[in-house]
Design a protein around this ligand. Sequence first.
Ligand code: WTA
Length: 636
Amino acid sequence: MSEIPGNKPLETEFYYPPEKTTKNANIKEYDSLYRHSIENREKFWAERAEKLSWFTKWDKVLDESNPPFYKWFTGGKINIVHNAVDRHLTNWRRNKIAVIWEGEPGDTRIFSYHELNREISKLGNVLKSMGVKKGDIVTIYMPQIPELLISMLACAKIGAAHSVVYGGFSVEALAGRIEDANSKVLLTADGGYRRGKITDLKSIANEAMKRSATIETCITVKRTGHEVVMENDRDFWYHDMMSLPIASPVCETEKTDAEDMLFVLYTSGTTGKPKGIVHTHGGYSVYTSTTHEFVFDIKDEDRWWCAADPGWITGHSYIIYGPLINGSTIVMYEGAPNHPYPNRWWQMIEKYGVSILYTSPTAIRGLMRFGEAWPNRHDLSSLRLLGSVGEPINPEAWKWYSRVIGKNNCPIMDTWWQTETGGFMITPLPITPLKPGSATKPFFGIEIGVVDDAGNEVKTGEEGKLVLKKPWPGMARTIHKDPDRFVETYWKDFKKQGWYKTGDSARMDKDGYVWIIGRIDDVIKVSGYRLGTAEIESALVSHPAISEAAAITVPDELRGNAIHAYAILRNGFTGSKQLEEEVRKHVSHEIGPIAKPDSVTFVETLPKTRSGKIMRRVLKARAMGLDEGDLTTLEE
Ligand code: WTA
């Protein structure tokens, strides 16, 4: 379990939203609407679903006949792209800016909804001509460029599912995901820009395609123009394909079922390989658009900037789908926040008049380190709301964000949620009195509990397991190809009650405010990125010198957590600084730089239970110089 870095939160410290915010808020009151949403759950969600455009209306709002495989809006036909793009083309939003994109070198591209639709349709036709059809999963591995978003929407438009692999992941992470999804088509780019350097995505993609041989066609966007290896008959340039006659800008949107798969997004679990979380067209559309509209008080004149990467759930739900369904203008930026100088983000906010910024505590802490002078050089007065996600935000960072960026005028929406939940679960609204470090209260229609192992509510202020008690439209439907693991992972511990286990621990204070403490399983959060100790350990032991390994995290001021690894060497190898460096690089090459351990310690043995499970808790206590706790299960 991670501790909140920074100063200690104060439960009695309230921050009240400014009057201009509460006066103009879309939602003016929480308690009664919350009660209504709980007492009339299906009615509440049906009313929200009515706001979207359906090809055929649903028969049933919620099908609970086979828990935990809940279905929403069954019998309904809807396509998320029809809502995120097509329906805006029939009114004034046709010429509204959909996407403002800026590359790290400073190049910009802007798309109206009309222009975005043309790109999506063209690519949709290209994909169809390659035989991509409903039921297929297309893997997308790109830097943060407009083609990433266009690719996702093109897949969804023609009824295929996408699996986006974060551009910061590397060979094994990509290969494993391609294989699990059995993708025949890969959309990638030659590279992207990060801190002035080129990331060589195509070489990683080539290596991954060697390891998992399912890809028949690879389409590559030319972003950086550096030399890359293209294979005859398999590799095509994106721009070549998009200029073929087949790439017509008119493409029919597939009339998908509400429960048809929209995407798979691989995320780290407690054990084994990352699991493919499945989301669908109907419920996910309703949930992402409603949460985005209510929590961030979306108005047509907003310029919305979610500074995440589309390769994670935050990007899927709140760079792309939720905001586009709401007809928002979204801002996207390719590169690092401190390139070439630490004012890059503040410059962007000023230049584009961003009104809402949504980012992670790690990014805030990182920018905070450079001091106030950088943001103070810029006019940030267009901002009216701020957001945070991915890890607990320490009060010090919260207050800096509020004071220096928000000028004490922008409430901070600290949104707690997960890949599996599809959208915000515990979150303030712009009208909520805030406590720095607390995600406050459950969203409409969401019932939560902070409980002990038996499912009893723990006392006020005590730590317990966070559970979700009732289904919601944005919930994950299953784990791709592994429904048993879906049941096992989330629904087994509280089977009797039918609750979803989040894997997080939390406290609830006397005002009913929720304080997320952190993960209580072997999922780890580093810089807000979700990883699993299992993946890191499997990358460690794939190095020829290592026979066994354990990965743990220790609290880190900047990144929330830092990874430390312990490894037992194979016969014939001796530990050295050089070998440590090599092993760290190896993990980075296999999974990605975000998974690179801060240190690798070579050890003779690892603390294990008698049944052979590594006791990471003991390693962690030792690393932090803390009491090792109960050691009765420790093997001699
Ligand atoms: C953590 C990210 C505290 C939590 C959207 C959760 C948070 C995990 C917050 C899911 C928050 C997310 N405060 N912790 N506001 N938001 N988390 O799937 O541990 O990448 O279980 O989804 O992030 O990570 P995931």
